[in-house]
Design a protein. Sequence first.
Length: 256
Amino acid sequence: MNSQFILSLITAIFIGGVAGYLGSLMITKKMALVGGPLGHLALPGVALALIYHFNIFLGALLSIAIGAVIIWLLGTKTKLSMEALTGVVFAAGVALGFLILPLSRAKEALIGDITLIDKIDLVLAIILGSIVFLIIKRIYPKMILSGISEDLAKAEGVKVKKYNLVYLISIALIVALEVKIVGILFTVALLVIPAAASRNFGRNLSQYSWGALIIGIISAVLGIFAFKFINLPAGPLIILAGTFIFLISLFFNKKA
């Protein structure tokens, strides 16, 4: 195995695992589709990164973080759902991104390219992935409670707006990290599919959340190895590996 493959594999393991864990919370809060629009919000930043030749992660993170803060600010001023606000901001971001995206680099932006992963990407994946995991692990019970009832959460002393901001920033970080692995088009899939599969396997909240993390890692590993042997884009292969695990999980669904 060459060094580039090892870099890609370890990076994908960290990102895939944390994305699955975060996705389990997104599904529980019925916000599974938020990750997709937030991922697409990366487009303006990725386009700028490709034009001016700086790290795609930094460009993606910048535009996603700005979008996430705008969504949160709008959420404090209106009674519209987070999904509706995300849709509005997402549409504007995608429109802007397509206006400036170099067409010759469109494939790289849309489906990712693991051959471009370097040591900086690996370090970012390990450090930021670990930070997001620890943050989400800490706020998980509070976010679950606020998802059941914001009034009940507030009565228990949970600062709902504060935790929603932390939650959105965590999603922004992971989605930005995902872009080089699976591209802008598949960010939501890396969050949702492992969590959906784990929901069928798990019998309690702990099994569900940790199962999503494990399935995210397995999907990443299978996709990267498939890329090595059949030389097709790794991003779609990772998603297809996760989908295959999800189909298997249907036979373990407790409602079946």
